[in-house]
Design a protein around this ligand. Sequence first.
Ligand code: PMV
Length: 284
Amino acid sequence: MIASAPGKIILFGEHAVVYGRHAVVSAINLRCRVKVKKSAIFKIKSVLGETGLDFDRHPYVVQAVRRFMEVKNIPGAEIEIESDIPVGSGLGSSGAVTVATVAALNAEFDGGMDKEDIFRMARQVEIDVQGRASGIDPFISTFGDSWLFPERKKVLMPFKFFVINLGSRSTAEMVRRVAELREKHPEVIERIFDSIDAISLEAAEITSEDRLEELIAINQSLLRAIGVSNPEIDRTIAELERKGLRAKITGAGGGGCIFGLYRGEKPEGSFVVEPEKEGVRIEE
Ligand code: PMV
């Protein structure tokens, strides 16, 4: 059986969401496909190599197998992963591979799990591998669509986005840096989080491209203020601004991806994504 699940793009609210503020997140039309075939042994194949149940190389897939085996004991499986989603750059590749793996195991071995069960197991896997996590990625990869968090209210997002990938970075490291800055200047940083919160709430109701672009620019300035931009991001965004475009970090920052509203002009080095309605699905 093959299952696929979409990646995600955080449109507004990263970092602030860690401190209880709102975020707006969309599933995107880049998917991860996982093929699972019954076998006497475990074999995992991906761009990261071909392994057995090697947690160091394939942590999310191996942990998904372990959790699935608490539901149903299986002797082995051949697992093949293929993904459109760049790894480690904030577009939800880990969440998508986890959800697709659980769904494909469930389909191949008749695990009897529904979507809610798949989401819960993928969320547990994310916690097992990363420690504390918001659960946004497995939620989006399971259910698709665009949402306001934490209340999980669906939002309309009739726009396309250009994305520029500036390379991988560590989410945990960026979250730690923000925590340190907040320790030093709690009054200042909390107010920035409140402003980001207001941006997410406004964005969840928006239908105008111009207004959305204004929020993109404001949110980026606030992300810069909390120290998660870097000179390369600043330079790239400044170049885009010279061409009349607006862009911001998506995800943890310090590298990773930046995005802006796609209005028919694709900046050099970018690719275009659009919100995806469909979450995890069985392909065959
Ligand atoms: O870059 P990503 O997809 O790992 O997103 C991180 C988002 C943060 O708000 C920075 C952390 C979180 O857990 O929400």
